[in-house]
Design a protein around this ligand. Sequence first.
Ligand code: SAM
Length: 230
Amino acid sequence: QLSLRLSRAASYVEPGDRLADIGSDHAYLPCALASNNHITFAIAGEVVEGPFQAAKNQVRRLGLTDQINVRLGDGLEVVSPEDDVTAITICGMGGSLIASILDNGFKKGHLTGKERLILQPNVGERTLREWLVDHEYTITAEEIIEENNKIYEMMVAVKDPLLKQTVTESYLMFGFHLKEEHSAIFKKKWQKELEKNRYILDSLTHSSADQTTKIQKIQAEIQKIEEVLK
Ligand code: SAM
């Protein structure tokens, strides 16, 4: 049984996709998809020996060794062109780590641009959106969910010149689809961020050192959040 977070990410994997799940840990996501025959080929990539062994054990235990290849390596280096990967999932890491995995993969030719990217950053969503936009990806779907008192965002991105989106500051900061949808969880997340920023502003204004630049930055941030919560 997948967590809500992983099952929502898995829902963007299409039947017959050839999947690479990077930072797979126990390979729960590819195992769930292969167990119900949603997919017949997946790579579970891990850079750390412990989780790599855990993934291998899990795949063996479920009798999925014909469908899932567990590979030890850094990021997208475990993927080669002959794998013909059509979807990549990278979940449960910071947005800047996900962006650096994509960036290395792009620079070294492991990321072709034909794969659908299904990304679930724990933090640093903006950094990830910036990378995607800079590399001509379009974010086609986004979700915000809450599980075990934590709020998670996920996004699906594809490289398709026919799908141009206008990128604005709020697209990067809040997510175009999430802002449009304006769900209760979205409001809860940004209400919390607003409180955090107001707290920081308060301590900065009481500081003895000159904090003008930082204060201006936080004030601008607060203004943007207040605007989106209106
Ligand atoms: N994807 C799973 C999930 O969402 O539940 C596991 C998330 S776990 C918090 C992050 C995993 O990513 C760890 O097992 C870690 O070893 C792996 N990882 C971190 N950097 C990596 C990299 N550059 N390449 C491959 N795996 C990486």
